[in-house]
Design a protein around this ligand. Structure first.
Ligand code: PEP
Ligand code: MG
Length: 915
């Protein structure tokens, strides 16, 4: 029998490369690549993500051979460093860190200084000649190991540390003398033993084994799961474990540790951006415990190191062709690189960096498009504080303090001081700003639902800042002008007696770092000034095949749509115009009319309103480059008529009240009549009732009025401007070709009349929504009567699944998506991967779209195909519509830039698949 060689679970840094991210995780692949490139990386090895998955599969057992391979790799690291693990004279110490494929900053665990016990600490004293340093490393190790591996409560360690500082008069950890640290080590061991119920492990191999297990376990801690759920990172990837020889940033003032980006992650400026702490170790910078110095200061403090670091940063960026986020440590004047990965960045920075890199010749336009995240673009178009209102807030003395502008955007809401409370209020729809002394990864669930984050401590690379940028949340970090008192749920403004308590409103400006009391109103950003975004989108326009139109009901929305680059209106919902205050009473008269004459009189009053609405839209929808009119799809009235009438229940209460009080018999009579009318129109299933084209068929006067208003508006604009509006009239909720045929007949008659009256013909196209399964199934028949189809994927999803658009999400649908408790199973069961009202259900609803598109084209090769449901602005759905071969998508004006980019990405990924 051939003996199968055991699977390879462990890779030395010298064996890996950047392409092995799936297996080695981002960190492991990054250090391996840097090692390969000859950069100064402390030697080490990576245990693979597959080992993590195998560990879980085997019921939390190391897979066969893994531990042996780790020991063999450790032997090589000993050779590379000239130190020996567990040696009492020259000990090798290691860090044990997590590292998943996708970066999850701060979500999983790390143990530093591993390999220390009462004997090896002596070796560390010998190696370094620094007793204070050695015992400081030892007490840090016990503290961290206890927290991470033994699951001990870290507060008791902190309290003890503070006690010793007070006793010795030390103002910081660095001032604690060796004698105090020695005592502290003994005390820490006792705390660990008491809390965990077992002696603190002195065997260095046991330490290593348990730390590796703890890192594996941290893949499934609550915060990591929350983070993955939010960022849609699959739960089955596992984390790698990196075991790396320690270098020390806490060996005096020629040592230090820092984090830096090759470009500014908030603005995208091309400058080294980051911070460091002298005489500090590993996590001190990211944990936000001390506020560090800006990286540019390193130029003065350690000039040679700064220069070398700058050069390495340049090399790494050129090598990866992307902005890098690097961790480094300086040990006694020697620079070591601990990590590099592509850096998380704000939406603004992402666009600027991509565009700059194209201009620097580092990447191609296609690459810039591929890398950009369409949903991130959306953030760029979000509101900012109104400058005037902000100036007023300054004048009124509402400015409280200024911190670091750690993540852009404006946020206002109630100040909340703990993540659980933030979650509670945020989920109830209350806008909250989470205020913390500094954030820890345990706060993530509260951050997810907050409008913004404010922290008193921590730098621009602290956990709060990194996570906020990733989530697109405004964040002001390191705001030293406030003192946060968590327990009392308040913050005080330093140097004043202003106190902000839980529930008080505050506003934070993530672009400037300012913090204000009260709410400052916001304004929309100026898209015209977003020159980099405009450039990126112009490249997208060259690449994409899908047209991008917008859903807009008013000239104001249409104007915004044109500004954002829409090439047409794909859906103008005319009923919204009926809802306006001065029109609603007339609409109600029309609905409640007892005779055709009464109805006609009301419609005659409505016609001029509608005409002027359409004139406004036609005039607005002009291509700014060519001066020609863009197409405008106007849909005839769609919702059930009772939506325009008062609510039945409220009316009933009113009538009962009037009856009981006996007051005003006239008013009572009128209300009763209204109640009877509303009662007569009530339906059990209004969404499946008298709505859509059915309305026009039952009350043709409405179709006639609307058609007339549209055509007259087009004629007037043509006369006034000399331009030719591209009119498209659309019929909703068609299920049978005969419905469409009849509406078309009526409509053509009106067109003839209008033409005769005006003495000139008006051109228009006639089409229908495909938003019922029967329409999709019989699209070939319907296509013989239509010039265009527009898929109404909202209704199509509703009617295909049988999910109510109005109720399903609130009642059960989100449980289908998030997972249901399943009796007998340890985990929740997900019925649906995503919310089908947001992302098209390709297998079901998508099939209908595909089939209808094919049938429609077969029957009428000239037919134009679009989509105007909410899915038109969703990147994944846009990819599908590209594949199906639709002509355009239509979405809300704000999503137009998102759709332009997503459509280009769809075209690029298809062309890749075709290769
Ligand atoms: C649709 O159903 O997808 C659609 C666009 O129409 P409405 O949302 O107005 O029903
Ligand atoms: Mg619809």
């Amino acid at each position: 029998m051939v003996k199968q060689s055991p699977r390879k679970w462990v890779y030395l840094f010298t064996e890996g490369s950047a392409s092995m991210r799936d297996l080695l995780g981002g960190k492991g692949a990054g250090v391996a690549e840097m090692t390969k490139a000859g950069l100064p990386v402390p030697p080490g090895f990576t245990i693979t993500t597959e080992a993590c998955n195998a560990y879980y599969e085997a019921g939390k057992q190391f897979p066969p051979g893994m531990w042996e391979q780790a020991l063999a790799a450790l032997r090589i690291v000993e050779q590379q460093t000239g130190k020996t693990f567990g040696d009492r004279h020259n000990p090798l110490l290691v860090s044990v860190r997590s590292g998943a494929k996708f970066s999850m900053p701060g979500m999983m665990d790390t143990v530093l200084n591993l390999g220390l016990n009462d004997e090896t600490v002596q070796g560390l004293v010998e190696q370094t000649g620094d007793e204070r340093f050695a015992y400081d490393a030892y007490r840090r190790f016990i503290q961290m190991f206890s927290k991470i591996v033994l699951d001990a409560d870290p507060r008791e360690f902190e309290q003890k540390l503070d006690e010793y500082k007070e006793r010795t008069g030390a103002s910081s950890d660095a001032e604690l003398p060796a004698s105090a640290l020695k005592e502290l080590v003994a005390e820490f061991k006792q705390i660990a033993e008491r809390q965990s119920g077992q002696p603190f492990p002195t065997d260095v191999y046991e330490q290593l084994k348990r730390a590796i297990e703890a890192v594996f376990a941290s893949w499934n801690n609550k915060r990591a799961i929350d983070y993955r759920n939010f960022n849609k990172i699959p739960h089955n990837l596992g984390t790698a474990v990196n075991v790396q020889s320690m270098v020390f940033g806490n060996m005096g003032n020629d040592s230090g540790t820092g984090v830096a980006f090759t470009r500014n992650p908030s603005t995208g400026e091309k400058e080294l951006y980051g911070e460091y702490l002298l005489n500090a170790q590993g996590e001190d910078v990211v944990a936000g415990i001390r506020t560090p110095s800006k990286i540019s200061r390193l130029k003065e403090e350690l000039p040679q190191v700064y220069e070398q670091f700058q050069e390495i940063a340049r090399r790494l960026e050129r090598h990866y062709r992307d902005m890098q986020d690097m961790e480094f440590t300086v040990e006694r004047g020697r620079l070591y690189m601990l990590q590099t990965r592509s850096g998380k960045r704000s939406a603004r920075a992402a666009v600027k960096i991509a565009v700059d890199m194209v201009e620097e010749g580092l990447i191609s336009e296609e690459e810039a498009i591929r890398r950009s995240d369409p949903t991130q673009i959306y953030q760029l178009l979000l509101p900012r504080f109104d400058e005037e209102a902000k100036a007023r807030a300054h004048k009124e003395g509402r400015f409280l303090a200024r911190g670091l502008n750690a993540s852009p955007g404006a946020a206002a809401g109630k100040a909340v001081f703990d993540a659980d409370r933030a979650e509670e209020l945020g989920k109830a729809g209350v806008p909250v700003v989470l205020v913390r002394p500094e954030t820890s990864p345990d706060d993530v669930h509260g951050m997810l639902v907050s409008k913004g984050i404010l922290t008193a401590r921590g730098g621009a690379t602290s956990h709060a800042a990194v996570v906020a940028r990733g989530l697109g949340l405004p964040c002001v970090a390191g705001c030293e002008g406030i003192r946060v008192y968590e327990e009392e749920k308040l913050f005080r403004v330093v140097g004043s007696d202003v106190v902000i308590r839980e529930g008080d409103e505050i506003s934070i400006d993530g672009d400037t770092g300012e913090v204000f009391a009260g709410v400052i109103p916001t304004v929309e950003p100026d898209f015209e000034k977003e020159t980099e975004l405009q450039k990126l989108l112009s490249w997208a326009d060259r690449i994409r095949k899908l047209g991008v139109w917008a859903n807009a009901d008013y000239p104001r929305d249409a104007q915004r749509a044109v500004t954002f680059g829409a090439e047409g209106i794909g859906l103008c919902r005319t009923e919204h115009m009926f809802m306006e205050q001065e029109r609603l009473p007339i609409v109600q008269k029309m609905i409640l009319a007892k005779t055709p004459e009464e109805r006609q009189a009301a419609l005659d009053q409505l016609l001029p309103f509608q005409r002027s609405d359409f004139i406004g839209i036609f005039e607005t929808m002009v291509n700014p480059r060519t001066g020609e009119c863009y197409p405008v799809v106007i849909r005839l009235i769609d919702p059930p008529l009772h939506e325009f009438l008062p609510n039945y229940e409220e009316l009933l209460v009113e009538v009962t009240r009037l009856e009981a009080t006996g007051a005003d018999p006239e008013a009572l009579k009128e209300k009763k009549a209204l109640l009877d009318a509303v009662a007569a129109m009530r339906e059990m299933n209004p969404m499946l009732g008298l709505r859509g084209c059915r309305l026009g068929l039952l009350f043709p006067e409405i179709t006639i009025m609307q058609t007339r208003a549209i055509l007259e508006a087009a004629l007037e604009v043509a006369q006034k401007t000399g331009k030719k509006p591209q009119v498209k009239i659309m019929i909703p909720l068609v299920g049978h070709v005969n419905e469409l045929r009849e509406v078309r007949r009526q409509l053509e008659a009106v067109a003839k009349e209008v033409t005769a009256e005006a003495g000139s013909a008006v051109e228009y196209k006639f089409g229908t929504m495909i938003e019922l399964p029967r329409a999709a199934l019989t699209a070939d028949q319907i296509a013989t009567v239509a010039d265009f189809f527009s898929f109404g994927t909202n209704d199509l999803t509703q009617t295909t699944f049988g999910f109510s658009r109005d109720d399903a999400e609130g009642k059960f649908l989100m449980k289908y998506v998030d997972g249901l408790d399943a009796p007998g199973l340890p985990e929740k069961v997900k019925i649906l991967p995503v919310n089908p009202f947001q992302t098209i259900d390709r297998d079901g609803v998508g099939q209908l779209v595909r089939m209808a598109a094919e049938k429609g084209r077969a029957a009428n090769p000239q037919i134009e195909l679009g989509i105007c449901g909410e899915h038109g602005g969703d990147p994944s759905s846009i990819e599908f519509f590209h594949e199906v071969g639709l002509d355009y998508v239509s979405c809300s004006p704000f999503r137009v830039p998102v759709a332009r980019l997503a459509a280009a990405q769809a075209a690029l990924s298809k062309s890749e698949k075709d290769k």
